[in-house]
Design a protein. Structure first.
Length: 251
């Protein structure tokens, strides 16, 4: 079961069951290249999150806010280091990891539409974007590559805590800042969060599932996040934003 209560099943045509491949296992070039691409994508996401939050260690409005942001930055950096070390075990130096990642529209879109991050954007990111990332990592925790699966399983425990922290943090900030500024931030970031998963079915989808490196389509993961996200939005007392477009890319 995923965090939204939906079943996670291994596709019938999967050639590699969860945690069936280890560092010293025979590995086809296709498997290695696909694995490295996905790990490089994760490493980039972890580093991007750390870089986004880091300036706010000194800019956040209060001591507790700075402590929370500092904790998140430390954990995101730790996750990044874990992934690049796994890539290093496969012969890729840490500073060459970016050359293996695939292009993702999410990050350029963020820079285009939100060139300047405000405190309300940071608060909403801890609540929404971190939770969306959780659903992206869930599949990797059942990856056929055992070292990566075990590492992500450990990361997910921290990401789960981030989600709970994000809700508490948002509720506290709503008391301090009022509901309207954070509702505006949610209206902005909801569509970005939905876009994190990319098109409904990527061109590599069948390969990822066949190699046991993912177990759901982008749309399946987006659906799981949407169910959870709507519940959390309503629970914290905000309104689920209306979308102009109800399918990817939501803009």
């Amino acid at each position: 079961m995923d965090a939204a209560g939906q079943s996670l099943q291994v596709p019938s045509y999967c050639e590699y069951p969860p945690e069936s491949v280890d560092l010293d296992s025979p590995m086809t070039e296709e498997y290695r290249a696909t694995l490295l691409r996905l790990m490089a994508n994760q490493a980039y996401g972890e580093r991007h999150a750390s870089n986004t939050y880091a300036p706010w260690i000194n800019r956040a409005p209060g001591i507790e806010e700075r402590r929370i942001i500092g904790e998140i930055v430390t954990e995101e950096l730790s996750h990044w280091r874990t992934v690049v070390e796994l890539m290093s075990d496969l012969g890729v130096p840490w500073d060459e990891a970016p050359s293996y990642q695939s292009f993702h529209h999410f990050y350029p879109l963020c820079r285009c539409f939100v060139p300047v991050m405000r405190w309300t954007d940071i608060v909403m990111s801890t609540f929404l974007i971190d939770r969306a990332a959780y659903y992206m990592l869930e599949d990797y925790a059942r990856s056929s590559y055992a070292p990566w699966a075990r590492a992500v399983q450990a990361s997910l425990e921290e990401e789960e805590r981030h989600a709970d922290l994000g809700m508490e943090f948002l509720a506290t900030q709503m008391e301090k800042l009022g509901t309207q500024p954070l509702q505006r931030a949610l209206n902005k970031w909801w569509r970005f969060a939905l876009n994190m998963y990319g098109p409904s079915k990527s061109r590599h989808h069948d390969t990822y599932l066949r190699l046991g490196l993912k177990f759901r389509s982008n749309e399946d993961r987006r659906r799981a996040f949407t169910i959870d996200g709507i519940r959390r939005i309503e629970e914290v007392g905000l309104t689920v934003p209306k979308l102009i477009h109800n399918s990817y890319p939501y803009f």
